[in-house]
Design a protein around this ligand. Structure first.
Ligand code: ATP
Length: 200
């Protein structure tokens, strides 16, 4: 099974790309979704978090109280490290399992932290979705109804655009309209299907 990693900065267009690939029947594992799944109601990791930080970290309906957790890790770097050390291996294991179970000709791992974590070791081809910082900002502000400052702060904490581009095997240029993006993805899908066939 050929495994492809897709990454890019906030608002670069990762979801736009993976939505289209899913239309072709390709299995897409989204690391952000997995990160939520592993702390869903009843999951062992959720109990460990509650044991460590106290029961107020779980809401009355048994869900993770994300606001409370965010507050703790924002001010306490030891707590943040503890949480990362708990969750990263569990997230990685779940991603590995889901990629292993994929039935499509190739499978995709979409992750904003593909290059910053060891998740890139799980993929054979690295695809970077690239848009100018100005477009990342305007598109995300529009999508999330967020403030420019909020999005700028997230962008500043992410890997610089040029560093990310250096690590790419394939770059998807998302500086034009959605039609142009779609054309590139369709070409990419043909290419990846061929690659998957060759490496079978
Ligand atoms: P995040 O890292 O925040 O999850 P993302 O990389 O998945 O973001 P998308 O959600 O796919 O980015 O795209 C950001 C926004 O920009 C969305 O509202 C999307 O519809 C829009 N968008 C993406 N590509 C284009 C484009 N080429 N032209 C216009 N709008 C676009």
């Amino acid at each position: 099974m050929h495994i492809v990693g897709i990454t890019g900065g906030i608002g670069s267009g990762k979801n736009a790309v993976t939505d289209r690939l899913q239309e072709f029947g390709i299995t897409v594992i989204d690391a952000d979704v997995v990160a939520r799944e592993v702390v869903a109601k009843g999951e062992p990791a959720l109990y460990k978090i509650s044991e460590h930080f106290g029961s107020h970290i779980i809401t009355e309906s048994g869900e993770l109280n994300r606001t409370a957790l965010r507050k703790i890790i924002f001010t306490d770097s030891t707590a943040k490290t503890w949480l990362e050390q708990l969750l990263h291996p569990i997230i990685r294991q779940s991603i590995k399992q889901q990629l292993h179970d994929a039935k499509s000709s190739y499978a995709v791992l979409s992750s904003p932290l593909l290059l910053e974590t060891d998740q890139h070791e799980l993929v054979e081809t690295i695809i970077v979705v690239d848009a100018s910082e100005e477009l990342q900002l305007t598109r995300t502000v529009k999508r999330d109804s967020a403030s420019e400052d909020q999005i700028k702060a997230i962008m500043a904490a992410q890997m610089p655009r040029q560093d990310r581009l250096k690590k790419a095997n394939i770059v998807i240029d998302n500086n034009a309209d959605l039609e142009s993006l779609k054309k590139q993805i369709d070409k990419l899908h043909t290419e990846l299907s061929r690659l998957a066939e060759e490496t079978k």
